[in-house]
Design a protein around this ligand. Structure first.
Ligand code: C5P
Length: 316
């Protein structure tokens, strides 16, 4: 069996609304997620010794059993009932780590897709979705990708069904020293806002419906201007992480930016532009201040794909 390559795209949250607390302790969310063409690459080779090993070009990333790639591989192998299956996995990391861009979740989703093919497991999309849900809240979206409404703890997906991905250009920035723990951000959100959480399914559904019928979804379908973006974790993280407030101020000062927000639980931040050229021009215009404040930056497009097998045959 020849080696096999899978692309694992980053995502941003165009909307992240915390609705309430669930019986399982997770938060009930209403989100719009968008895949980007900023992606990690995973290369899979079969081994006959029953070992699953991971190498990564970024030494900051743990490659042991805590990595979602290994956890996904072990879950898939356990479900297949074939303990002799093994793989050597090489990860080329491009998505910044601990950034709120779902890099780890997307790598895990790519491992499910890649190993399902490499090992010939033959699991259907719905079975991979169930495994993804067991592994992490963002993973089901990362399997499918594109532009989707995500409800529940993130695993209830409603694709917007756009004929093509939004043509927006995205300028992403992140301070390399800043990182945010997702459990901490949700825990702090509960401390600050828990008294105001909704409690009833009927109220959750009302908020979901407002999002489905609201101006953001209309704008993404090309039917109106982008509204101000909402991320409820932004107000929680901003006072604690200096680079978030600083970066938001830099992005808000950009001419031509359609919207500015934090992604997920941060600390990565993004500005949206009508197209990639405008995003690149803004990146160049902001190069001095970004460097002075120590930020890294990336320009990318939206993509309609999630974890993609054989990217040569199906480019992002
Ligand atoms: O599902 P995942 O392991 O990615 O979630 C990481 C943590 O983020 C959870 O342990 C929980 O603290 C928090 N979380 C949450 N509600 C969600 C998703 C995540 O409270 N819907």
């Amino acid at each position: 069996m020849p080696e096999l390559t899978v692309l694992a795209p980053a995502k941003i949250n165009l909307h992240l609304e915390v609705l309430g607390l669930r019986a399982d302790g997770y938060h009930e969310l209403a989100m719009v997620m968008q895949s980007l063409d900023l992606a990690d690459t995973l290369v899979f080779n079969p081994t006959a010794d029953g070992q699953i090993s991971l190498r990564c070009d970024n030494p900051d990333l743990p490659t042991d059993g805590s990595n979602l790639i290994i956890r996904a591989a072990e879950l898939l192998r356990a479900r297949s009932g074939l303990p002799e299956l093994g793989a050597r996995i090489d990860l080329q990391k491009r998505i910044p780590i601990g950034a709120g861009l779902a890099g780890g979740s997307s790598d895990g989703a790519a491992a499910l897709v890649g190993l399902n093919a490499l090992w010939g497991c033959g699991f259907a999309a719905a079975e991979l979705q169930a495994m993804a849900t067991a592994l992490g809240s963002d993973m089901p979206f990362c399997l499918d990708g594109g532009t989707q409404l995500c409800f529940g703890r993130g695993e209830r997906l409603e694709p917007l069904g756009l004929p093509q991905p939004p043509s927006l250009g995205v300028l992403l920035i992140k301070h390399p020293q800043a990182s945010v723990s997702t459990p901490w951000a949700y825990g702090r959100c509960r401390e600050l806002r828990g008294d105001f959480y909704l409690e009833h399914e009927a109220d959750f559904e009302q908020r979901r419906q407002a999002l489905r019928q609201g101006p953001l979804v209309a704008a993404l379908a090309g039917e109106g201007p982008l509204p101000r973006l909402r991320n409820d974790l932004q107000a929680v993280v901003e006072p604690q992480v200096e680079s978030v407030g600083e970066g938001l101020a830099l992005l808000r000062g950009l001419e031509g930016a359609l919207a500015v927000a934090m992604s997920g639980s941060g600390p990565s931040l993004f500005a949206l532009f009508p197209n990639l050229d405008d995003a690149s021009a803004a990146q160049a215009a902001l190069a001095g201040p970004l460097e002075a404040a120590g930020f890294e930056s990336w320009c990318c497009r939206c993509t309609g794909s999630g974890a993609t097998l054989d990217p040569a045959a199906a480019p992002l």
